[in-house]
Design a protein around this ligand. Sequence first.
Ligand code: TLP
Length: 344
Amino acid sequence: MSRIVDLRSDTVTRPGPDMRRAIAEAAVGDDVFGDDPTVNLLEERVASLFGTEAALFVPSGTMGNQLALAAITQPGDEVILDRQSHIFNHQVAAASVLSGVQLNPLDGDSGVITAEQIAPHIRPDNVHQPVSKVIAIENTHNRAGGRVFPLDEMRRIRRLADAQGMKVHLDGARLANAVVATGVSFVEYLSCADTTNMCFSKGLGAPVGSIVGGNSEVIRRARKKRKQFGGGMRQAGLLAAAALFALDHHLERLGEDHENATRLGDVIAGIDGLQLVFPVQTNIVIFELDERIGSVETFVDRLKQRGILASLSGRARVRMVTHLDVKSDDIDFVAETLARVASA
Ligand code: TLP
């Protein structure tokens, strides 16, 4: 077996020759001293793309989210978020460990929590209760199959937070996918948030790195926290060069990933025994299996034997993510194989 189609995540992409050249040629300095010209360029460029006062390059999406939360909370505060969010499920309780905050998860509708739903959960000023400080939302939403968080609802959440003196954090690990899928600009999305994290290491296809956007004071605090959390990097311009390359060359092409994912979703919807859980909006496809097909673990294992790598979403769902290294004819191969494995 020679062909492998790796759909476990959009994090699996490898830098191609042109990106590697950009990395090799990057001007570098010591970024902890603020001396790395390529990191500085990236931070300026993203701040202007986001319409935020400042931005901070960080090693991972988890660190980006955690630095943002650390910068806008005090220990004992509470963060309201969706129960299926990445911050609640996949960040090793970091917000509690690193910032001493409590997470208050609400049951969203396919990843979307609404202002109306959040309002009654905002705590009164009471000696017994934590301070409701942050509303965190995720766009696109990983466990909701790459769903785009509607801009109107983000605006309502912004208004609610303003009225209550709260902050809004946007886990925009895949915000670039939302921007390309909807045509809504980064600036429009970011006008609804105080802080955001966006990853270069996902659909944008860079090997490492995320960026936090926010006002100058928040980014100053996040920079200090980054050092405290052990994320201060030295000649990080090598990584920032890949991120800049990704912004120049891999942003618009996310549309191809969305087309491939849509086609894959259509195929899955047509296979007996497989059920698409969420309509495909961006690059994530999540489906369930009829009982007669067996466990998701066995199904994923059978696909693996035939050269297709998929991951699980939660305990009972299969997740496939399209990306830079998945071509249109790979989807044909995946479609044939899925049909065969489902009917075996
Ligand atoms: N998501 C990864 C896994 O952790 C599940 C993936 O393969 O999708 N926010 C969101 C919405 C994410 O999906 C992820 C990573 C992160 C934050 C964290 O990013 P990293 O992995 O760079 O720490």
